[in-house]
Design a protein around this ligand. Structure first.
Ligand SMILES: Cc1cc2nc3c(=O)[nH]c(=O)nc-3n(C[C@H](O)[C@H](O)[C@H](O)COP(=O)(O)O)c2cc1C
Length: 180
């Protein structure tokens, strides 16, 4: 289980801007759930805002709407089988933490449980729900963030649709003044 350390919230973009597949955990009352998310977008660095679609057809939708919270967990390729399983089942039928052997960890700020096996955990509160009814589009503020120190560039999954994934590849550095 990767040991994670707290990080400045404006650095959350380093993990989410490349667009990795993430696992979104949520809870409300006695219920908890996990869904796979293939698309999301960083909307602002500080406050740390992330926009995404959570389909109203998903069981997670009701938990996120009712609680106004979730955790965005970053899996690596080590969790590929769990990603496939979580993305093809419903929390209405099963407890995904138990079914897929994932360790629930208490979050610091939100009520949703984080996933211990993931490389990073971003605790989110609903920031703006004005597009939810129309587009299922949620805007979250990341209110607490933790990541493992190593590997520095984890091997993440990126979804191309129809069951095809791309795996994060080579890192190149092109630093110059003016680049954020
Ligand atoms: C790779 C992948 C990416 C997905 N991306 C999204 C997404 O961005 N938004 C969404 O609403 N559902 C997405 N899904 C579908 C949900 O993860 C899936 O329906 C899941 O089973 C919902 O679980 P739940 O009903 O327990 O909430 C994706 C599924 C996979 C496999």
């Amino acid at each position: 289980m990767p040991r994670k350390h707290a990080m400045p919230l404006e650095q959350v973009r380093r993990y989410l801007e490349p667009g990795p597949v993430v696992l979104v955990s949520s809870a409300h009352g006695e219920e908890r759930d996990i869904m796979v998310m293939g698309w999301h977008t960083v909307m602002e660095f500080s406050p740390s805002l992330v926009g995404c679609v959570i389909s109203s057809a998903n069981h997670s939708y009701g938990l996120v709407r009712a609680s106004g919270e979730c955790v965005i967990n970053l899996p690596t390729t080590a969790l590929t089988e769990q990603v496939l399983g979580i993305g093809s089942t419903s929390g209405a039928d099963i407890d995904k933490f138990a079914c897929f052997g994932l360790t629930p960890e208490a979050a610091e700020v939100v009520g949703a449980l984080a996933i211990g096996e993931c490389h990073a955990q971003f605790e989110c509160r609903l920031y703006d729900d004005s597009l939810v009814d129309r587009y299922d589009f949620f805007i979250f503020e990341v209110v607490a963030a933790r990541a493992a120190a190593t590997p520095k560039h984890p091997q993440t999954l990126h979804y191309k649709g129809d069951g095809v994934f791309m795996v994060a590849g080579d890192i190149i550095r092109r630093r110059r003044s003016g680049l954020k």
